[in-house]
Design a protein around this ligand. Structure first.
Ligand code: NAD
Ligand code: GLY
Length: 356
């Protein structure tokens, strides 16, 4: 087993991201990162049946409880988060009881939110099992659930104590979910790192074959970029908003299509194309982005949900300030910025792609 560690540098709340193959098999000593041996593992029926027992081997304690939630974005609700809190109450959890998320971004977001709320915050651990969660949602402390009016409208910042990335879990990840994760990987190259973008252009086939070495590099580089941004702007006062490239359109697609119909990563892939089309980049750069997204087996055209529905969904975006929707656009591939200065006509044109 070779394991690599990065740090999310947040002063006395800094934490490691440990990336490795065989961490479960080799009984990674998770207990040393927990303030007490009491913990609640939050998982879902799919991931729990695959990995809960292996994780228990890393937690040699009799005080480990677990809760298995139903699987799916449509369950990322206040009522599901409440069921996790009910379990903590039932377990007489105290302020040193850790909540451990074992699953994809949906489980991480719900479990993290419950951990942020219970007793105003208990220790939290992220064990992400999808590519998307490993490169994005498990790092940075954003937790939350959806509201019928909008995606992730209810939430809190609550940083984990450790992010444990067992790359072997990706072996069981369905292909569609794997490709969805690649959207967020491509995002990092597009917004801040042209060299990584070029590496992705050169290695996309190898990544799709899930070559362990290529995957570990892509996960590590993505986490490094995200950790660097979060360390500079934990609560999204500025630079962190760049990580939302493609997300304003993407969240609107997810909501308009009905949560769960379009995977988050698929919606972000199309959203990145829509945002790039609004950007002053060259046709060549736009073609390269489109080619990489297509090569990853991801969509570049929005679903026919109707421009009006999409526009309405965009009105609940969290980047709206003083009634103005801010967008993350590209100066060039590898360089993004946030702006509320863009052509409304161009926005209407891009959104009207959802008319079919
Ligand atoms: P997900 O959590 O729904 O997981 C996708 C599917 O894969 C599920 O059916 C899950 O049960 C299954 N699965 C997970 N790991 C598996 C494995 N190893 N083997 C087999 N099946 C497995 O989806 P996701 O793409 O991981 O996360 C999407 C969510 O993350 C969205 O709700 C999105 O809003 C959120 N998100 C949050 C942040 C953040 O910063 N908090 C960032 C990006 C996305
Ligand atoms: N996924 C965007 C962020 O964590 O800020």
């Amino acid at each position: 087993m070779s394991e690599q560690a990065l740090t999310v540098d947040l002063g006395n709340r800094s934490y490691p991201i440990v990336i490795g193959r065989g961490l479960f098999r080799n009984r990674f000593d998770l207990e040393t990162f927990l303030p007490s041996d009491k913990c609640l593992v939050v998982t879902n029926e799919t991931v729990g049946s695959l990995y809960l027992e292996s994780l228990r081997e890393c937690l040699p304690s009799s005080k480990v409880r677990s809760i298995t939630l139903p699987d799916g974005e449509k369950y990322k609700t206040l009522s599901t988060a409440r069921s996790v809190i009910d379990e903590l109450v039932e377990a007489k959890a105290d302020r040193k009881t850790s909540v451990i998320a074992l699953g994809g971004g949906v489980i991480g977001d719900i479990a993290g939110f419950a951990a942020a709320c219970y007793m105003r915050g208990v220790p939290f651990v992220q064990i992400p099992t999808t590519l998307l969660a490993q490169v994005d949602s498990s790092v940075g402390g954003k937790t939350g659930v959806n509201h019928p009016a909008g995606k992730n409208l209810i939430g809190a910042f609550h940083q984990p104590r450790i992010v444990l990335i067992e790359t072997e879990t990706l072996c069981t990840l369905p292909d569609r979910e794997f490709r969805a994760g690649l959207a967020e990987v491509i995002k990092y190259g597009a917004i801040v790192d042209i060299e990584f973008f070029v590496w992705l252009e050169e290695h996309i086939e190898t990544l799709l074959e899930r070559d362990p070495e290529a995957l570990t590099y892509a996960i590590r580089r993505s986490c490094e970029i995200k950790a660097g941004v979060v360390a500079q702007d934990e609560c999204e006062a500025g630079k962190r908003a760049l990580l939302n490239f493609g997300h304003t359109f993407g969240h609107a697609i997810e909501k308009s299509a009905g949560y769960g119909e379009w995977l988050h990563g698929e919606a972000v892939a199309v959203g990145m194309m829509m945002a790039a089309s609004m950007s002053e980049i060259s046709d060549d750069e736009l073609d390269r982005l489109s080619a990489l997204i297509c090569a990853a087996g991801l969509p570049v055209i929005p679903p026919c949900v109707g421009a009006d529905k999409l526009k309405a969904a965009m009105r609940t975006d969290k980047k709206i300030q003083s009634n103005k929707l801010r967008l993350v656009l590209l100066r060039a591939l590898g360089s993004a910025f946030v702006t509320s200065e863009y052509s409304q006509d161009r926005l209407l044109e891009v959104v009207s792609r959802a008319d079919g």
